[in-house]
Ligand binder design. Structure first.
Ligand SMILES: Cc1cc2nc3c(=O)[nH]c(=O)nc-3n(C[C@H](O)[C@H](O)[C@H](O)COP(=O)(O)OP(=O)(O)OC[C@H]3O[C@@H](n4cnc5c(N)ncnc54)[C@H](O)[C@@H]3O)c2cc1C
Length: 542
């Protein structure tokens, strides 16, 4: 029996922030758009199973491929967690633009983007409005907490930056509903794209898909946008055997995958002279109806001269006694004992017992207050302001060909080959982050702000905090030269007419420390403008 056929001008594969943004920007154009979403409106564990694959990594766990993916309308935004006091019931993610240096090539293999920050600025402004309706203003002074006196960073190399936070409900609910109501738009949920079809001239003719029961479906469209997430975009290109010929067989698809390794590096103890109110900027909090939080980084010139990968440091206020030897010993006792030797356990018990007063202080404050984490703000609203701050590092990674996705031998419910992942966090990248933390430590001490006390030296090889990929970038990277990248500066797959990629897989490098979604949205809006200009209605191949 032949597959059911649907005609459209544009087929968008994926109903996460990228796919929804492209489709939403095409509302009101003359183009007939169909969005295919593998998941349902709500989570379905059976459908999610197709996100698993084999992992070979010294740093991630066996579930690393599924860890940050969600087969559901709204995609991975369903996993966002940020909230603060008062809690409005919605859940948010950090919106952070990259710095100009993040678009530049740097020694050690950091590849450049084909354009700089200025090219994307107008799209960042539109992305900002699309996501959280506030100005594209990331000047920390605009978002200063009313009670905060500024930190004495002037004259040094430390920079205070700010994240705004955008809500997940914008994509999976509000814009989804706009699409359902709009003329010329259709969403098919529980429908998984299996491959993209092209004719003998390299022109896209459509997508082969299957519904949740495995029944085949053919979408005929002369324009296809892969917006299936930072991992599955590469999977679809590999399964379709597209995009490789233009590179002269250089086997680029799936390679140069980067993530943002995160690590809790230690804690900052404020100097006596520093007013703790100066630290309230770092809390996740509301300013004029926008959720914001500040973080630290080093200035761009220092990063250039020192050849540093980009790094950010978020600070989370913690109760008295946090970080003390007694607290750390208690933590060691309570954390999973399976991999701990009895000798170390005994050492921890002895360490805690040696400092009963410190231990009691920490235990009392923990019993009284909420344990704060970086995504649950509100610590600056508690009585008795913190003078101790846990330091969360988010780091850039160098794109390397060996960190890659490929098609494995196992298959999923649709008969597709699952992804395999090879990923390491190199010693050179860890050491680079360690140098940045050392500079930050020296700068904070020099400015008289506080002592950054490290728990770990990354050169020693601690794994990142997350056990899987959460910001998958670069596996279909952008480069004007097809021998170096998979898509061109318009996000079009080299060597094909009508095939485009939306999402962080097109990022040319590891994108500094900046969380990816704001840039994903900027690129999606730019791509939709390009499609409006260049693709015509009724062009579907018969
Ligand atoms: C725990 C966590 C926290 C995060 N926090 C932040 C943050 O603070 N700030 C930030 O900027 N980013 C954050 N991110 C990253 C953010 O979620 C992603 O950047 C964003 O969701 C990417 O959007 P996307 O549409 O490209 O991909 P996805 O969100 O992955 O959506 C892809 C969609 O495509 C569908 N799909 C996949 N394959 C197919 C197929 N073959 N056919 C049809 N449909 C398919 C999937 O079901 C999914 O709905 C976080 C991610 C995680 C996991």
């Amino acid at each position: 029996m032949s597959a059911r056929t649907i005609e459209a001008d544009v087929c968008v594969v994926g109903g996460g922030p990228a796919g929804i943004a492209v489709a939403h920007e095409l509302i009101g154009s003359s183009l007939q758009v169909i969005v295919l979403e593998s998941g349902d409106a709500s989570f379905d564990a059976e459908l999610q199973d197709a996100s698993h694959g084999q992992v070979r990594s010294d740093a991630f766990g066996p579930d690393a491929l599924a860890f940050g993916r969600r087969r559901q309308m709204g995609g991975a935004s369903n996993l966002w967690l940020y909230r603060t006091i008062p809690d409005d019931g919605r859940r948010y993610a950090r919106s952070v633009p990259p710095e100009p240096i993040d678009f530049e090539g740097r020694p050690g293999g950091v590849s450049p983007w084909p354009f700089g920050m200025d090219e994307l600025r107008p799209y960042f402004e539109r992305a900002q409005r699309m996501w959280n309706a506030e100005a594209f203003d990331y000047d920390a002074s605009t978002w200063r907490s009313e009670v905060a006196s500024p930190l004495p960073t002037a004259g040094g190399h430390v920079r205070l930056r700010v994240a705004q936070h955008g809500s997940r409900e914008v994509f999976g609910e509000e814009y989804r509903n706009d699409l359902l109501r709009a003329d010329g738009m259709e969403i098919l949920t529980r429908t998984t794209a299996l491959s993209v079809s092209v004719d003998s001239g390299g022109r896209v003719t459509g997508v082969v898909a299957a519904d949740a029961g495995g029944v085949a479906l053919e979408i005929r469209a002369s324009t296809v946008v892969l917006a299936a997430g930072g991992l599955e975009n590469a999977q679809l290109l590999l399964a379709s055997r597209l995009g490789e010929a233009a590179s002269g067989g250089r086997d680029l698809i799936g390679r140069f995958l980067t993530d943002h390794p995160e690590i809790r590096i230690g804690y900052l103890e404020l100097e006596r002279g520093i007013d703790p109110y100066a630290m309230t900027d770092f809390d996740v909090r509301w300013v004029n109806g926008t959720m914001v939080s500040a973080f630290l980084t080093l200035d761009e010139d220092l990063k250039r001269t020192e050849g540093l990968l980009n790094v950010s440091a978020a600070l989370v206020g913690q109760p008295p006694g946090f970080g003390s030897e007694a607290h750390r010993a208690a933590h060691a006792i309570l954390s999973t004992p399976s991999h701990r030797s009895l000798l170390r356990l005994a050492g921890s018990v002895a360490g805690a017992a040696r400092r009963p007063r410190e231990l009691a202080t920490y235990a009392r404050s923990r019993l009284r207050g909420t344990p704060f984490r970086e995504f649950s703000g509100g610590w600056s609203q508690q009585p008795g302001l913190s003078r101790v701050f846990e330091v969360h590092i988010a780091a850039e990674q160098t794109p390397t060909a060996d960190n890659r996705l490929s098609l494995g031998t196992a298959t999923d419910r649709y008969g597709r080959r699952r992804l395999d992942l090879d990923w390491t966090w190199s010693a050179a990248d860890r050491a680079n982050v360690d140098r940045s933390v050392g500079l930050l430590e020296a700068e904070l001490a020099r400015a008289g702000i506080g002592q950054l006390r490290r728990w770990t030296v990354l050169g020693a090889g601690d794994p990142p905090r997350f056990s899987g990929v959460h910001h998958p970038m670069g596996s279909t990277r952008m480069d004007a030269d097809p021998s170096r990248g998979v898509v061109d500066a318009d996000c079009r797959v080299h060597g094909t007419d009508g095939l485009y990629v939306a999402g962080s897989s097109v990022f040319a490098n590891g994108h500094g420390y900046a969380n990816p979604t704001l840039t994903i949205l900027a690129l999606a809006i730019r791509l939709a403008d390009h499609l409006r200009r260049t693709r015509t209605s009724g062009a579907a191949t018969a």
